[in-house]
Structure formats: C-alpha cells, structure tokens
Design a protein around this ligand. Structure first.
Ligand code: AMP
Ligand code: ZN
Length: 664
C-alpha cells in the first residue's frame, strides 16, 4: 500500500472511532489501541508532510496559536429568540403565527442548551470555518479551537449538501466542568464560576492545545443554506445526525401547544439528569415553508419561541444601594449584595430598576432579600424577607441629586426613571453619548474604544462627538496606554468614519428612542438631515412606524441650537448626513403607496431580494393579506387559504416576472 493510502486509511479509521465514541457513546477499540493508531498517524504525517490534511484527526490535539481572532460577517444572520414563560405566552404566540400562515401548524420541541452558540460552515463535507455568534451579524473566527472538540465532525458522512452552515451550542458538561474545577482548586487556583462562561471562554483561548484539554461538547440544532432539499425542522435534525453531527435525541414533534406543554413539563423536571445545562425549551414551527412565510422580526424568528424554565431563587443581604447614570441621564439604582451562588454564578449585584420598585417592595439597606435570575444577565430582587428585618431599619430615601454632578434630579410625567437634566455637564452623559456615537452599530470607529473616549473627555480633549474630528495625533500620543501607532490608528479610524452611511450616523447621534430600525426608516424617508431637522411632529408620525413618542423626541433633539450646531460641524467635516447618490440612484418612488404580500417560493429572486426591491422603490411589505393589500406576489406553493383570501378581497395576484417588470 502506498504511504498516501496508508495515511488516508488511518485517518478514516480514527474518524470512525471518534464518531463511535463521541457521538454514539460506544467504544469499539480500547483507549490504548486508539492512542497507538493516532501516534502512528502522527509519525507518518510528520515524515510525509506532503500529505497534510487540515482536517486530520491528529489536529484534535491542537497546538496552533491564534493571537487575534478575525471578525467574520455571518452569511446568514444568527438571530436571538423571543422568550415565553407561561402557557398563555405560548397560546398568544400560536395565535399570532396562525394569522400569518396557512394550514395546520406542527411544532418541534428541543431543549435549550445553555452554552456558547456557534456557526459551522461545511463545504464538500469538510469543516471550513467555525464562528461565534458575536452580535449576530458578525462573530469571531474560532476554527482552530473548535477543531479540537471531538464531537465536531471534521469530515462528514453520507449524503450532505455541497455547502451549508449548521448552528449549535458548545457546552461544557457538568462532570467535565467539575473535574476542571477540582484540578484548579488542587493547584490553588480560583474555580470557574459556571459551565456556560467557561465554555465560551474556552473558544477564545489563544493556544488551541489548551482548548483541546477542555472536555467541550458541541450540540447541533439548525441547518441554514440555499437549496438544501429539506422540508422540516425534524428532517433537518435527522439529516444532521446522519451526516455525523451530535444532535441530541430528546427533540420531539408536537401537534399542539398542549403537547408542547407536556414536553416542557417533563423536561422541567428531568433536565437535571442531563449531562449538560439547559435553561428552557425551544419550540419551532416544523414546516420550513411555513417558517419562511413567517420570517423574522429585527431580533428573532417569528417561527420559534424559547420557553424559559422558572428561574432559581436565593436569599442574600443587601449591603448598599448605588446609583448609575446612563448616557441619556437616566438613573438606575443597583443593589450591592453579599456574594451568593445562584444558578451556577456568583451574584454580587442586582438591578433595582427605579424608585417605584424600591418603594413598592420596601427594600432597605441591611435587609435580607430574595434574588432571582431569569434570562437577564443582571439578576433582580423580587422580595424582602421581612421577618429578618432589623427593628431600627429606616425606609430607603431615594437620591435627589445626580451622584456624578450633583444636579437635582427630575422625573417626567408618566416615567418611572429619574433623570439628571445636566445634559451638557454631567460626565457619564457626555462620555456615554460619544461612546454610543463610536459604537459598532453606529460609526464603528476602529482604534477607538469606550475607555479611550472616557480618557479623552477626562483630559479635556473632547466634549462631544464633533470634537473627535478636530483631534490631532500629537494630542493623543501622550495619553496613558497610547503609543504612536495606536494614536495614528485612532485618527485614521475617525477619518474613515466619514464614509459611514447616513442611517448609521443618524443612529449614532443618540436621539432618544431612535434605535437602528427607526434611524433607517427616517433616513430612507427624509434622505437629508435638513429635512428631518425641519420635520414637525405631525409630519414625523406620518412616517411608517414612527409613533408620537419618537416624533416628540426627534423634534426636541433638533430644536436645540446646540445640537443643530453639532450637526452643522459634522456636515462641515464631511460626515454623511444624507443618503448617498449611489443609493438614491437605486431607489425610486415607483411603488409609492403600494402594499405587497409575498407568498410561496420563487425561482429568480429570493424573498429577501423581493422585499428589498419593494422597499427601495417606495413600496411596503406586509405579512398578511387585508383590504389594504395592493398586490400579492405569488410563487410556487402559495398557501391555499391565502389564495382564497386574496380572491375574496379581489386583490391582484401577480407572479415574479410581472413584479420584476414593474420595477424595471
Ligand atoms: P437567547 O440567547 O436567550 O436569545 O437565546 C437564543 C440562543 O439560544 C441562540 O442563540 C442559541 O445559541 C441558543 N439555543 C440553545 N438551544 C437551542 C435550540 N435548540 N434551538 C435554537 N437555539 C438554541
Ligand atoms: Zn449628572
């Protein structure tokens, strides 16, 4: 046998053993035999480097070092999930989706694994890339580390599509986690706080041989890609399993919300017997075409819902209440607690929300309080243990002055939060606004981070975001932890931000209630900043999805002479304060006032492209047919009840080509 064949055969054999051991949980050969074969392969590979294979089983032991994890934009966005907590929540959800799709709906119930989400890309059956979720749009390339996880197949078996992404969760099972902690304690080190954070930390280790030592596992739950020939979620789980992935077998189909609730009730009790942490159940519409019809909100799929198991509670002592000032001047009270272990993490702080909450629960310093951790990162206080209260305890007096600038606080009609009105002089507000301006979803200024902003403000170099554009390298170099190179990068980063499109600049201005989506809507509608500055409340509320609260806030922002002066300066520096000519050229008003419903599957363009074309040409997309619908664009397999409804309401039904000729 040739050397190449010998190497390949060994690789195949070891892959098979890995699969049996890590995916199927069975062993065919002894550990010793396995190690010997692995060693043999390692030696051959070393001697004959010409047969290198980036997916050889020998690479499981790691060794490659990653200094900086490269940022990768996800080809398909990684969404979050909406949460539900009760039967009513689930029934409401079902009601919502039944309005949007035709036919019977059946569901898939899966456990919600609590780890670090990951997206794996396979091409021709080979693992090409592993990327963390990051902010859902882009994440970190952690391929070298993920390759060391034994249950991640490096090569697939069977009848897989040529290219697809598969999503899942990297978890650290309890016993492996406990063993790691025993070793740390024995070595005199601090134990890790919880499996989830340790799992995600493990993906970002620079030395992949360190990752290899951690007993991580990878559980998969979703396939994405084009032309996969899969029609349901259950089928995709089954197929992924057949291609060699570890797909937990607990998943089950349910034909009604009642059956979903049975699954939840069972696992709420039995989940503690699973080898890894779970924090809920994920319910998905099983039919992929229905999923496609339902689509996504800006945050999460409409076709999926997480059901969170009831949070754990503990009691602790409240030592102190401190107050934080946000970028909008909003004050948040924070409870500082005696550290206590809760759902696997040590908790020292809890949110108190606002003055009303403190008063309602009658929370006082020195109290023993009950703390609960739900989905939020920061736990909350849910009640006081009055029996343990000291006799001389005094009610909490909410602060009346800003803890940062001593300005008397105000509280607007109908709002729960107190505010520091010192817009121009309160340090956390000044810093917070600039930090928001430079943040990733706004101007995304490379080379400038939140701490540097604070430093620049504290050194008196800037007081607002327009000042950034006046910064000189010589001013920045002498700052703490700055060097010639980093100062240079900072200046270049600021310069480059002048290319950031208008909608993101608008978001970066930090107008209250103007988030990413609203900024997009405003930019698209008005096209120039001056048009927005001049818009009245009445005009603004006429823009799609802009309510009175937002309109008031926009008008208030631009009625300030100071803000107008800032905008003027940004304009003079060359920041994009209008929609670019190129973008405008692609936009028309051809479909102004027309409402489209898209249904079925299309040949030439995807649903998303259709949507974009409609919006770029001034039209609107709606998910359900009503008397307001102007056209239904029908593809193959349009739902029968939609068809009926469109006919009953006498709405024109057009096909893909007819639509395309409209926008040509
Ligand atoms: P959340 O982070 O609470 O918004 O929940 C969304 C996350 O749940 C996703 O990003 C996944 O990482 C994770 N997740 C865990 N198990 C599943 C599952 N079976 N299906 C979908 N997502 C899951
Ligand atoms: Zn203040």
């Amino acid at each position: 046998m040739s050397i190449e064949n010998q190497i390949n055969e060994l690789r195949e054999e070891l892959r098979g053993h890995n699969y049996n051991y890590y995916i199927l949980d069975t062993t065919v050969i002894s550990d010793y035999e396995f190690d010997m074969k692995l060693k043999q392969l390692q030696e051959l590979e070393k001697k004959y480097p010409e047969f290198y294979d980036p997916n050889s089983p020998t690479l499981r032991v790691g060794g490659e070092i990653t200094k900086n994890f490269e940022t990768i934009v996800h080809e398909h966005r990684m969404y979050s999930l909406d949460n539900s907590y009760s039967r009513e929540d689930l029934l409401d959800w079902e009601k919502r989706i039944k309005k949007l799709v035709d036919g019977e709906i059946s569901y898939t119930c899966e456990l919600k694994y609590d780890g670090a989400s990951i997206s794996l890309t396979y091409e021709e059956g080979v693992l090409i890339r592993a990327v963390t979720r990051g902010d859902g749009i882009q994440g970190d390339n952690v391929t070298t580390n993920v390759k060391t996880i034994n249950s991640v197949p490096l090569k697939l078996k069977g009848d897989f599509p040529p290219k697809f992404d598969i999503r899942g969760e990297i978890v650290l099972p309890y016993d492996g986690f406990a063993k790691m902690n025993q070793e740390r304690i024995a070595a005199g080190e601090e134990p890790y706080a919880n499996p989830r954070n340790t799992a995600s930390g493990s993906l970002k280790l620079q030395d992949s041989s360190e990752t290899a030592k951690r007993p991580l596992d990878c559980l998969l739950y979703a396939i994405t890609g084009d032309k996969l020939g899969i029609t349901s979620q259950l089928e995709s789980l089954r197929k992924a399993r057949a291609w060699g992935f570890k797909v937990p077998i607990e998943s089950k189909s349910a034909n009604s919300i009642e059956e979903v609730l049975d699954f939840i009730a069972y696992w709420d009790e039995h989940r503690h017997n699973l080898p890894y942490e779970t924090d809920g159940v994920v319910i998905k519409v099983n039919d992929l075409q229905q999923q496609e019809e339902l689509g996504f909100t800006s945050k999460a799929p409409r076709w999926a819902m997480a059901y969170k198991f009831k949070a754990e509670q503990v009691s602790s002592i409240l030592h102190e209440i401190t107050y934080q000032v946000g970028r909008t001047g909003a004050i948040t009270p924070v409870a500082n607690l005696e550290p206590v272990l809760l759902a696997g993490t040590t908790v020292k702080r809890a949110s108190l929300h606002n003055a009303d909450q403190i008063e309602k629960l009658d929370i006082r310093v020195g109290d023993t309080v009950f703390v609960e951790k739900g989905g939020e990162i920061i736990p909350k206080i849910i009640a006081v243990d009055f029996q343990k209260r000291d006799l001389d305890s005094q009610p909490t007096q909410y602060i009346t002055q800003c803890p940062e600038c001593q300005t008397p606080l105000i509280r607007k009609e109908g709002e729960a939060q107190h505010y520091c009105p010192n817009y121009d002089g309160c340090p956390p507000q000044i810093i917070g606004r600039i930090q928001h301006y430079i943040s990733r979803k706004a101007m995304d200024i490379e080379g400038l981070g939140g701490e540097t902003v604070a430093l620049l403000v504290n050194e008196g170099l800037i007081v607002n975001y327009a000042d950034l554009y006046e910064l000189k390298k010589e001013q920045v170099v002498p700052l703490e932890r700055m060097a010639d190179k980093s100062a240079g990068n900072l200046i270049v980063g600021i310069e480059k931000s002048k290319e950031i499109p208008f909608e993101r600049v608008l978001f970066g201005l930090g107008i209250r209630y103007v988030g990413e989506t609203v900024a997009k809507k405003l930019a698209k509608h008005y096209k120039f900043i001056d048009a927005i500055i001049e818009a009245s409340e009445e005009e603004l509320v006429n823009v799609d999805e802009i309510g009175i609260k937002i309109a008031k806030s926009v008008v208030e922002f631009f009625s300030s002479e100071k803000n107008k002066a800032l905008i003027k300066r940004l304009q003079d520096y060359g920041v994009q304060l209008e929609v670019s000519a190129e973008k405008l050229a692609n936009q028309t008003d051809t479909l102004q006032g027309q409402v489209f419903v898209i249904s079925g599957v299309f040949e030439k363009v995807s649903r998303n492209e259709l949507k974009k074309m409609i919006e770029d040409n001034g039209g609107k997309v709606s998910s359900s047919i009503s008397s307001k619908t102007s056209f239904v664009i029908a593809g193959a397999n349009m739902g029968p009840s939609k068809l009926e409804k469109a006919k009953a309401l006498e709405i024109s039904i057009i096909n893909e080509d007819e639509f395309l000729s409209k926008v040509k």
